[in-house]
Ligand binder design. Sequence first.
Ligand code: NAP
Ligand code: MG
Length: 403
Amino acid sequence: MEKIQMKTPLVEMDGDEMTRILWKMIKEELLLPFVDLKTEYYDLGLPCRNETDDQVTIDSANATAKYGVAVKCATITPNAARVTEYDLKKMWKSPNGTIRSILNGTVFRTPIIVKGIEPNVRTWKKPITIARHAYGDVYSNTEMLLTQSGKAEIVFTGADGSETRQLIHDFDEKGGVIQGLHNCTPSIESFARSCFNYALDLKQDLWFGAKDTISKQYDHHFKDVFEEIFEAEYKEKFEAAGITYFYSLIDDIVARIMKSEGGMIWACKNYDGDVMSDMISSAFGSLAMMTSVLVSPGGVFEYEAAHGTVQRHYYKYLKGEETSTNSVATIFAWTGALKKRGELDGLDGLVRFASLLEKATIDTIESGKMTKDLILISTLQDKVPLNSLDFIKAIRQTLESYL
Ligand code: NAP
Ligand code: MG
């Protein structure tokens, strides 16, 4: 078979620990034999980030902005223990945070569904994608614990020198707690645009919920920003694509999600997204079966697995012990990126290959061959646990039978 050709390079961001091992296996077994893989390689493994004073992370994000599509391996976000373990010059920031702030994007997480691992919610037939607004609200709050009586006020001092005050609460001597939150209109706008763009990309309905009836300024502003941008920029495109934008109160959205069959993108404010993404991933089965894509309002895409570097498995691997680490989310990061690259470059063969690799992955699991994490939760009758490499080889065998 002739190898499938590419035009524009993919930005390839290598990573750490067990996922770095899987990365190499996936490339060698599932990609390089079939695709004339063109990538611009950035090593975001912690040693290289340390050597380059984290410049490599910034360079990889800029390359993503330039080329439009990236695929990223999971990376270590250093804490004190990692500083010692890797003898780091300093506690480098989270690469995902750095990349997100350069690309100014929104993260969308989608579960991968296979037979035998049914969602805990009976009605869910299709994946539910969560879009979390990753800026502001309680994550950059100012808060105080009050232990005496006094008046708490919120004060805004305008650039024109004007002052606006509002009473929060008059506390008695028993005290209490107060919290100041903020968000910025441009951030809400780019969140909205990323969501509308991604809904068009997937041709799926977009749902958004907030508490505008109670929060008549704050949450209402989110509702208004979404509504205005939708009316002005997306209404016709949504009609043409046959999809809808649906806003409701957050509690109504939650109730409807539980009764839906899935298949929508659910835009969430920061806190809702934090909580609901954990609910969705556990209800659909496993973090190892969750993909993630960062979409910028300008239409740049960075694909990765939602899980981390699977440190515990890596230490086993280093000791020469057998591992059975699930590579599905990392494979789907590659297929997502290759499909998008193929679409942008008009390469049908590349799109078809990526879809076949996804099908081969799912069919392999549905035939009973899977990693140990899935053995524990799959209801299939005949199951064969495979180690990390054998699972990838089994997918290759299925894939080859399709080509
Ligand atoms: P993790 O890598 O997601 O793994 C936590 C546990 O979940 C694993 O020990 C394993 O459970 C299970 N698991 C996750 N992915 C799996 C897979 N593909 N196959 C099988 N089991 C899987 O989280 P962590 O151990 O808390 O974090 C490790 C490192 O990852 C940290 O340094 C953190 O900074 C980093 N991290 C990176 C990203 C990212 O780059 N996007 C995201 C999150 C965390 P068992 O051990 O029970 O088998
Ligand atoms: Mg969470």
